[in-house]
Write a protein that binds this ligand. Structure first.
Ligand SMILES: [Fe+2]
Length: 195
């Protein structure tokens, strides 16, 4: 891991969650209430984590970016708004499927949900990549160690216990052995962690 990287391991966990639910959305039999309930539980948990993640970046990362690079946070804030809008749409689709009694109609709606989840990946993946490959180098070039450390500390406290536990579970499934060792040093309660 590069020093003071605020994003990469967290994003590895988020990508793992997204790929997993994208696959589950394709294999679920939407006509079976139990199978749909399982997908809905996985999806809703990831949705909460994605919303919390973009909120913590809005609160702790974007103000620093704006202070160092005039206008530098505009695109990131817009992308967060787009991601939240996509999540709103998916949440509405999940509700609609849950309320639909007709099996065939549930299957049609389920295919629409599956496709929308794939489109969410198209929106989220370039954004995560941009934060790692464009934003983080700009932060390193323009911020002091102390400023980056303050952002890391703010991010560490921004997620609730449920989201933190979920995120660490995803990250541990998504990282390589070297990163895993570093991550285990950051398990909540034993020290800091990534945001
Ligand atoms: Fe972001």
């Amino acid at each position: 891991m590069e020093r003071d990287d605020l994003f990469t391991m967290t994003h590895k966990g988020l990508r793992h969650g997204l790929f997993s639910v994208a696959q589950q959305a394709g294999t679920t039999e939407y006509g079976d209430p139990g199978a749909f309930a399982a997908l809905r539980a996985t999806w809703s948990r990831l949705e909460r984590l994605l919303r919390a993640h973009s909120r913590q970046e809005d609160e702790h990362v974007l103000p620093l970016v704006s202070s160092k690079i005039p206008g530098g946070a505009v695109d990131l804030a817009r992308e967060h708004t787009e991601i939240r809008a996509a999540l709103d749409g998916l949440a509405a689709q999940v509700t609609t499927i849950g309320e639909e009694a007709e099996v065939e109609e549930r299957r049609v709606l389920g295919l629409g949900f599956y496709r929308a989840v794939q489109r969410l990946l198209v929106t989220v993946l370039p954004h995560l990549d941009d934060e790692e490959t464009v934003l983080m180098p700009r932060l390193r070039a323009t911020c002091s160690e102390e400023e980056i450390a303050r952002v890391r500390a703010g991010l560490s406290n921004a997620l609730g216990p449920e989201e933190t536990q979920h995120l660490f579970g995803l990250m541990l499934q998504a990282v390589n052995p070297v990163e895993r060792e570093a991550l285990l040093d950051r398990v909540p309660g034993t020290g800091g962690r990534e945001g």
